[in-house]
Design a protein around this ligand. Structure first.
Ligand code: GAL
Length: 648
């Protein structure tokens, strides 16, 4: 449980550095991330390196006892490099090259850019790889940020064809897989295939799905190129990447397999404002953040990092990039930091040390104001440092009893054919997660090919492309299982399965989806549940089955079916139905629940039970009378945290 900070020595007069380093250490910060945007200062001209300033920055931080997370600067190729390789630019879906003047203006498929990245990574890792203060590495910065995973450049088109040829071996196999006979889309050669943009109407969905898979693979291989160099030149150091929130355009589990730990960038207020949440929730959680947004990502990135993870950037005050940018409630920054630790974080690092008075992010808070006075976030970071010191370090999180299956491919599939406006896989997954968390449960978020041994309950919000191996692994685990709508609705190639949805699930649950419909808001299908009126949303399946229904569409047909601990939902459940389903399956799995106030959440780590209050008013702490508190007490402050000892 270490605290860190993102620092940009190149942006400040050198006479501030020593004082900055001293104040960081005094605050209780032990890790400093540097250099991820510093290419133009490290290599001001092709092949001419200026290490002097970075050497001095490293020595200054090291002299204050700080450990360094060194970054590769490849998210911001300098102007001379872009001019040298104009075709390294990414191209957007409208066919326009993305210009110089901000960041991430590169295409993952440019071999020329990959060679430059290998060169700068060799140079930086060669220079600092064995420095005793350099304890870890970050590759690049936020792969995919600003919509940059998918590029439609000629370089990407070339690489895509090679990827297709390897995948399909023959162009006939590709034509079959894409159903290319439809609309005379057949190809005679892989060389004829283009990326799926600029088509008159929608492009072929299988073509698009393969383009997502290809682009995802490009990110993984781009990252691996740097990781391999760093491992060779900087042995024994952890290598990470800072992933984003609510971002699904590449398979993070695949990238995570090449890293020692996953980190992510947590902006609780920015995410609440920027995503699908209704206005009343945006107002209700305005300054505290939504109770499930950070936790959802903490649990996801614990999975991506195979148990090891951290927060590389934590919001310290108002950000600059959301539609509206409120300030956190006093206490929120402290509470978010503890929330990450409660979910198992090894590191929480704040973005950034000091607010910059110039350029794009001058309206983004830091731990310090631009005039170098410690701001609210800085005081709260210091408070956490003192609390961690008093408490001592905690062991990693134990495996939870509940797993939620997260599938990047599912999100792509629904993005390509949502069939209903607003049918977002990610939102469905988030709602399933949230419903479990409202019952006080700890949840692991795992990939579809996870080992499910040890889980009492596994929830799959939807797995449209259902691998029979997943069905077998779930069966072997003996867990209670819930599948959401549209599970098994596509083959690997993106076709409707020959035996109709839910495809391979039929081997375990005798039901067949004969027809589907999607329904606009206002036309929600009414559902009867134990005499209660609930409803579905957006989506409804007409199911043929002999299974008994636990809930039924009012005008006929099962909405919720179960057999021997396996459950299936034929609609996107509203909050009441979802709550009822979760209570039932949690009970079947034999798991204890906790009655919680709507704005309160729990998380356990190493014999401590943490509770977090996301309300703007105090709430009673859901602890037994006489609990042995290590943080807080019986009243949970607004945006507050409490923790007490429990048996493990
Ligand atoms: C992140 C990014 C940082 C900074 C920050 C501002 O997405 O990694 O460089 O831009 O957002 O909130």
């Amino acid at each position: 449980m270490k605290l860190g900070v993102c620092y940009y020595p190149e942006q400040w007069p050198e006479d501030l550095w020593a004082d900055d380093a001293r104040r960081m250490a005094e605050l209780g910060i032990t890790w400093v991330r540097i250099a991820e945007f510093a290419w133009s200062r490290i290599e001001p001209e092709p092949g001419r390196f200026d290490w002097a300033w970075l050497d001095r920055a490293v020595e200054t931080l090291a002299a204050a006892g700080l450990k360094i997370i060194m970054c590769t600067p490849t998210a911001t190729p300098p102007k001379w490099l872009v001019d040298k390789h104009p075709d390294m630019l990414a191209v957007d879906a409208e066919g326009r090259p993305r210009g110089f003047g901000s960041r991430r203006h590169y295409c993952f498929s440019s071999q020329a850019y990959r060679a430059e990245c290998a060169r700068i990574t060799e140079a930086v890792a060669g220079r600092y790889g064995r420095h005793p203060a350099v304890g870890a590495w970050q590759t690049d910065n936020e792969f995919g940020c600003h919509d940059t995973t998918i590029s439609y450049s000629p370089n990407a088109a070339r690489a895509f064809r090679i990827w297709l040829a390897q995948r399909y071996q023959s162009v006939d196999a590709l034509n079959r897989a894409w159903g290319a006979v439809f609309w005379s889309q057949e190809y005679r050669d892989f060389d004829e295939v283009q990326p799926p943009n600029l088509t008159v109407t929608e492009a072929n969905p299988s073509h698009r799905l393969d383009y997502n898979r290809f682009a995802s693979n490009e990110v993984a291989s781009f990252n691996r190129l740097q990781v391999d160099i760093i491992r060779r030149l900087s042995p024994g150091r952890d290598v990470t990447h800072n992933f984003m929130g609510f971002y699904t355009e590449f398979d993070h589990f695949a990238v995570g397999r090449d890293l020692d730990l996953a980190t992510w960038d947590s902006y609780p207020l920015g995410f609440l404002e920027q995503f699908w949440f209704p206005d009343d929730e945006k107002l209700r959680y305005l300054r505290q953040g939504h109770p499930d947004i950070s936790a959802f990502h903490h649990d996801l990135y614990r999975g991506v990092g195979r148990g090891r993870w951290g927060v590389m950037e934590q919001q310290p005050g108002p950000v600059n990039w959301a539609r509206y940018n409120p300030a956190p409630l006093p206490g929120a920054v402290r509470s978010w930091t503890w929330e990450a630790f409660a979910h198992g974080a090894e590191l929480v690092s704040y973005f950034r040390w000091r607010q910059a008075p110039f350029a794009q992010e001058q309206m983004h808070a830091g731990l310090n104001r631009p005039d170098n006075v410690l701001d609210q976030g800085g005081h709260e970071a210091a408070a956490v440092a003192r609390e961690v010191e008093a408490l001592g370090q905690l062991a990693a999180c134990a495996q939870a009893r509940v797993a939620l299956i997260f599938s990047y491919e599912a999100d792509w599939q629904f993005g390509i054919q949502p069939h209903a406006r607003g049918f977002r896989w990610l939102q469905l997954a988030f709602e399933f997660y949230s419903a479990l968390r409202q019952l006080g449960l700890d949840v692991d978020i795992v990939p579809p090919d996870a080992d499910f041994t040890g889980y009492a309950l596994v929830v799959a919000p939807s797995l449209p492309i259902l691998d029979p191996a997943t069905v077998a692994a779930l069966t072997a685990s003996g867990a209670v299982v819930l599948f959401g709508p549209r599970t098994g609705s596509r083959t690997r190639d993106g076709h409707i399965p020959p035996n109709l949805p839910p495809g391979p699930l039929q081997a375990r649950m005798p039901l067949r989806v004969a027809r589907v419909e999607s329904l606009r808001p206002g036309a929600e299908p009414a559902i009867a549940l134990d005499g209660q009126n609930v409803s579905g949303r957006l989506w409804r399946e007409i199911v043929e089955t002999d299974l008994a229904a636990l809930a039924t569409f009012v005008d006929g047909g099962p909405a919720w079916m179960a057999q021997s601990g396996w459950h299936y939902l034929a609609t996107w459940p509203d909050a009441d139905l979802l709550g009822a389903v979760m209570r039932r399956i949690v009970m079947e799995a034999g798991l204890p629940t906790t009655a919680l106030h709507a704005d309160v959440r729990l998380r356990r780590r190493d014999g401590l039970q943490f509770a977090f209050n996301f309300a703007a008013e105090p709430r009673p702490t859901p602890a037994p009378l006489g609990a042995a508190y290590v943080l807080g007490g019986p009243e949970l402050a607004a945006a507050g945290v409490a923790a007490w000892r429990v048996g493990s």
